[in-house]
Design a protein around this ligand. Structure first.
Ligand code: UDX
Length: 467
């Protein structure tokens, strides 16, 4: 592929190879970055797994998509009942050799190392970082979480040695600030409930080891105005360039944005339902593409929503409730509690998947009840929508703390999800003075997000050209 420069000279585009783990929350920012790098003058190949493969027909026509043909994935990688750590470990193991083979044949078929400037790989996929590094390809790690979450992750060995994480922590220690990671308290640190502490440490050590050994820079879907101190600290700690190129979904001025990749077709009927609602009257509820809850929590959420009296749009995806049974697993959403629909009537709308960005941009939305996945958080910030937070695992704990205490644009549902407390929290955030203050701060953050420019992206393209 060639590129025409402004002086009329044609030159061969240098190629970037991208690879993401097959999670919705990782694939979408990766595809957006791919389109933006192409708009910046680079040729782009996206290597991808067969599992959750992106549909090339729906994405940027000038990107090249190549499957890596991983071995059939074990249950641990795909089952809604397995935790995020089990998924990450299984995916790293399954992708290592196929990714290496796919990249090696790309190097053979294209102009080799002269053609391929670098690989931008998922920052959780140490196997791909290592494979690319061993093939002599410069590696950039793409983080789809926040700078604060990455700092927390890299600090885990130090925190473990100091007794701050992974051990059963004493109740009275939970509210202590964590040295070097303020405003995080012990209770806000990355955790995956029920997972083996040793496995989590060895996963983190593998990521940190790969970053230390093979990575020439880190790319983050964040922006300076929201995480300036965290980015500065990260750059110091890693001694690597860190490009804050986000919010990626806001940067499509020069290139068409790739279609969103989702596990289900978005149910657009909810937009017409929102059209009939007054401004800021509806609570949007979604815990992203991976988080699951037990039946008990699901029922408390449902009856809390019913008891609040507030209109709501709720994403209840298939597999959202754990242990729903094999027959419910793939396609059918979990059954709603008995009597729930009769109780809420038209006050609540339930969909299995929503066009989330359009929902958040709709004037009827008052607040977003979110798990604080980083994409959802950024999308809410960019629309100036305050949040009710219910973090479930990993980086979501960290982000929830920033939302509630650093940026002041949200409040917690509470550690214990119980219908009475849920109803109270919903009413408070939708109607109370606190809600109005959060909305005002959210509006300010939205302005800062829309001021984020593509200059970091230009810097990234230049850096890639220099590799
Ligand atoms: C995962 C992790 O959980 C998250 O913590 C990490 O930061 C990124 O990867 P996920 O849990 O899916 O992602 O959450 P999130 O990052 O919020 O991504 C969900 C995406 O799905 C968002 O872009 C959101 O717009 C989209 N979505 C969600 C829909 O389009 N429709 C829906 O109904 C629900």
């Amino acid at each position: 592929q060639e590129q025409q420069l402004s002086n009329g000279v044609r030159r061969r585009r240098r190629r970037v190879v991208l690879f993401s783990l097959p999670f919705q929350g990782h694939l979408n920012p990766t595809l957006k970055l791919a389109a933006l790098l192409h708009a910046g003058g680079l040729a782009v190949t996206v290597l991808h797994t067969d599992f959750n493969a992106p549909d090339p027909a729906r994405h940027h026509p000038e990107l090249t998509f190549v499957p890596i043909h991983e071995t059939p994935l074990p249950d641990a990688a795909v089952s809604p009942d397995s935790d995020i750590l089990a998924k990450l470990l299984a995916l790293n193991a399954a992708c290592a050799a196929p990714f290496r083979d796919a990249l090696a044949s790309l190097l053979l078929c294209s102009g080799g190392h002269d053609d391929v400037a670098c690989a931008v790989v998922d920052g959780q996929c140490y196997a791909a970082m290592r494979a690319a590094g061993e093939l002599g390809v410069p590696v950039l790690a793409l983080r789809t979480d926040s700078a604060a979450a990455l700092r927390n992750m890299l600090a885990i060995p130090r925190l473990r040695d100091a007794g701050y994480c992974l051990l059963p922590i004493k109740e009275e220690k939970l509210d202590e600030p964590v040295p070097g990671l303020e405003p995080l308290r012990v209770r806000d640190l990355i955790r995956v409930d029920g997972c083996d502490a040793g496995e989590l440490c060895s996963f983190v050590a593998s990521v940190a080891g790969a970053v230390g050994a093979w990575v020439s820079g880190v790319v983050l879907n964040t922006f300076e105005a929201i995480e300036e101190p965290e980015l500065a600290a990260l750059r110091r700690e890693l001694s690597l360039p860190a490009f804050a190129v986000g919010p990626l979904h806001m940067l499509f001025r020069r290139a068409p944005a790739p279609a969103e990749q989702g596990p289900h077709a978005p149910d657009r009927s909810c937009l017409a339902w929102l059209d009939a609602r007054p401004p800021r009257s509806v609570l949007y509820v979604s815990l992203g593409s991976l988080a699951c809850v037990g039946r008990g929590v699901f029922e408390e959420m449902a009856w809390g929503l019913a008891g609040s009296g507030v209109p709501f749009l709720w994403v209840v995806r298939p597999g959202f409730v754990t242990g729903a049974g094999a027959s419910d697993g793939e396609e059918a959403p979990p059954p709603l509690p008995d009597g729930f629909e009769e109780e809420i009537k038209d006050r609540g709308k339930i969909v299995r998947w929503a066009p989330q960005r359009e929902v958040l941009a709709h004037e009827a939305i008052g607040t977003f009840w979110t798990h604080c996945g980083w994409n959802s958080t950024l999308e809410s910030v960019c629309e100036g929508v305050p949040m009710l937070v219910q973090p479930c695992f990993a980086d979501q704990m960290v982000t929830a703390r920033y939302v509630t205490h650093e940026w002041g644009v949200g409040m917690a549902v509470g550690e214990v999800v119980e219908r009475g407390r849920v109803a109270q929290a919903v009413k408070k955030v939708m109607a109370g003075g606190d809600g109005a203050q959060m909305r005002e701060r959210a509006r300010h953050l939205k302005m800062q997000a829309s001021d984020a420019t593509s200059s970091a992206m230009d810097g990234l393209v230049q850096y890639i050209m220099s590799l």
